[in-house]
Design a binder for this molecule. Structure first.
Ligand SMILES: Nc1ncnc2c1ncn2[C@@H]1O[C@H](COP(=O)(O)OP(=O)(O)OP(=O)(O)O)[C@@H](O)[C@H]1O
Length: 258
């Protein structure tokens, strides 16, 4: 019996000009797994995210979302099929309040931007869902504060709220804790865990504390290939990974008690 994975990459390759940047990636992520994608600078992590979210098409290979091929779909179509991505560059509206940002995201996900009448009938549901999201990301006390007046960590939390607003079951987060202090980071890991319960999560991450605090599995990308995909413990113990990349970062994170 074949398994349907939440996300599956089969021999995915991507060339930019004559250079092969992604060199035959295979990855099978089970529904509900939290996966951290790690690797040295320039290894191809962002390119992989761009391929999965449809920003680029692969040169060859298949990408399946819940068993359905998405490698030729647009980002919009892929989003409608249940995958949502947040960016390092923020995707919130600075001059809208917390509540308005969330409501916009909910309405957009429901497709209400297209017809005014659908919009009116959906408004009540959208309001309720936006309130619910606001509680989930712990910004209920900041309901009417403009996004631009939130702290940096609160803006990142709002961004997560916007990302999960449509109820996608596969979530891609690009360095969700980048730029945060240590205490903000540990609170944020907790928040990400809470809001992604039952969802499949992929995150590109450099901070080993975050990786080991968040991930069920780690995918190690080195020079356009996934050289290991396993539990944190197994990846930590993997000699190939130690040699190619981790070494001192893992030692540091272990010393730090993560
Ligand atoms: N649109 C593009 N056109 C040409 N080359 C690209 C493009 N996007 C990425 N690259 C190249 O692909 C390689 C992988 O880049 P990518 O950004 O995916 O790496 P990364 O692992 O995310 O790195 P970092 O950790 O520094 O963000 C780099 O050599 C980069 O210069």
């Amino acid at each position: 019996m074949s398994t349907t994975y939440a996300l599956e990459l089969k021999d995915v390759r991507k060339n930019f000009g004559k250079t092969e940047i992604i060199r035959g990636v295979n990855l099978a992520v089970q529904a509900g797994e939290r996966v951290a994608v790690i690797g040295p600078n320039g290894a191809g992590k962002s390119t992989l995210f761009n391929l999965i979210s449809g920003r680029f098409g692969p040169t060859s290979g298949d990408i399946l979302l819940n068993g359905q091929a998405i490698q030729h779909k647009t980002p919009y179509e892929i989003n409608r099929m249940g995958l949502s991505r947040s960016f390092q560059i923020t995707n919130i509206f600075p001059k809208l309040s917390v509540f308005e940002n969330l409501r916009c995201a909910v309405l957009w996900s429901l497709g209400y931007k297209y017809t005014f009448f659908k919009f009116l009938s959906g408004l009540k549901d959208a309001n309720e869902r936006a309130e619910q999201l606001m509680d989930m990301i712990h910004l209920d006390k900041k309901r009417d504060v403009l996004a631009m007046n939130l702290t940096y960590a609160e803006q990142r939390a709002l961004e997560i709220g916007v990302t999960i607003a449509g109820g996608s079951d596969v979530i891609l987060l690009d360095e969700p804790t980048a730029g945060m202090s240590k205490s903000e980071t540990s609170r944020f890991i907790h928040l990400i865990k809470e809001v992604t319960v039952g969802k499949t999560l992929l995150t590109v991450e450099h901070d080993m504390g975050v990786v080991f605090g968040l991930a069920d599995k780690i995918a190690v990308v080195v020079y356009g290939e996934v050289i290991a995909f396993d539990t944190p413990e197994a990846v930590r113990a993997n000699a190939k990974v130690q040699e190619a990349y981790l070494g001192s970062s893992v030692a540091d994170s272990q010393a730090g008690g993560h």
